[in-house]
Design a protein around this ligand. Structure first.
Ligand SMILES: [Zn+2]
Ligand SMILES: [Zn+2]
Length: 314
């Protein structure tokens, strides 16, 4: 199960921590100020997902690596075009003469286009970038697969979708067979679409495709994080392609509807526009995030009210 937590207080910038049940690993979305993020949590972050590098999303990156160096782990950082140079500059601005080269390893994945991801390695103490490969997917580990959309915010702003792996369950009551290792063989054949495989149950040989009715695919939980973006049709087409029917999406709603001229000027979204695109995507649950720092608590309630009205409207 994917468990997101907003780690920033009101008037702080934005940082969302994603925990995975039964796993010690966490993922971090953006590195804005985040008073609620603990050192222990930072030390469990195995991958950081940066939407874009405006200062309100990147200023606490130093605070993050401050607590990671010395872990001797490999940490993945995903981000928009040029992210590798920006991370390199941040790291090179400190003195590292007391740190050895195994203290940490950063693997940076630069999103050039939907099909082109450049992978770089950065190691202390010199932090010289090394391009290792170009790949056509962003991120996948044992727990999740991450998809993305490149949105327009007058610069690329990456919106991420965390997809838990689908699980396959066996209808025990539907089977008159004795349990055995054939169940896991059947599941594997099902996962691999290996329809012609044969398995033996109690001395009888069956074609696996004749037994697939005993299995059920349960779609994994899908969590979206959509940061800064202009409220324009071009972005909405991309959002719909990736986030439709997601279980939960956090979405930037920087401005009140009455400030939508400012939203337009700054390539941001505003309350009802964000609520409406979430409704159009038919997501099960949506949460507005990342409000202008000029806003009081009353303004934020106004944003939330307009957002949920647009989201729930029939
Ligand atoms: Zn921004
Ligand atoms: Zn922002």
């Amino acid at each position: 199960m994917i468990q997101p937590e907003i780690k920033s207080l009101l008037r702080e910038d934005i940082s969302i921590l994603i925990k995975i049940a039964n796993s010690g690993k966490h993922y971090l979305c953006d590195c804005g100020e985040a008073s609620l993020l603990t050192v222990k949590e930072v030390q469990s972050v195995s991958a950081v997902f940066i939407s874009h590098t405006h200062i309100d999303h990147f200023s606490n990156f130093d605070g993050i690596f401050r607590h990671q160096i010395g872990s001797r782990e490999r940490v993945v950082i995903c981000g928009p075009k040029n992210i590798h140079h920006q991370i390199e500059s941040r790291l090179k601005s400190y003195t590292w003469n007391l740190i050895d080269e195994k203290a940490i390893e950063y693997e940076i994945r630069e999103i050039v286009s939907p099909e082109e991801i450049n992978v770089y390695i950065l190691r202390p103490p010199h932090w010289n970038l090394e391009l290792v490969k170009t790949q056509n997917f962003l991120f996948e580990d044992e727990q999740v697969k991450v998809e993305f959309a490149i949105l327009d915010h007058k610069t690329d702003s990456i919106a991420y979708l965390f997809r838990e792996k689908d699980s396959i369950t066996f209808h025990e009551e539907a089977s008159g067979f004795k349990k055995g290792k054939w169940i896991s063989e059947l599941k594997t054949a099902f996962e691999n679409n290996d329809e012609d495989k044969e398995i033996e149950i109690e001395t009888t040989v069956y074609k696996v495709s004749d037994l697939f009715y005993l299995l059920k695919r349960n779609q994994g939980y899908r969590l979206g994080v959509i940061m800064d973006h202009a409220a324009i049709e071009e972005n909405y087409e991309k959002i719909k392609a990736v986030f439709s029917e997601a279980n939960l999406v956090y979405i930037e709603s920087f401005y009140k509807d009455s400030d939508q001229e400012l939203a337009k000027l700054n390539y941001h979204s505003f309350a009802s526009a964000s609520g409406k695109i979430m409704k159009d995507c038919q997501v099960k649950e949506a949460v507005p995030i990342h409000f202008s720092r000029r806003y009081t608590e009353t303004d934020v309630i106004e944003v939330e009210t307009a957002f949920y009205k647009a989201f729930r409207e029939n």
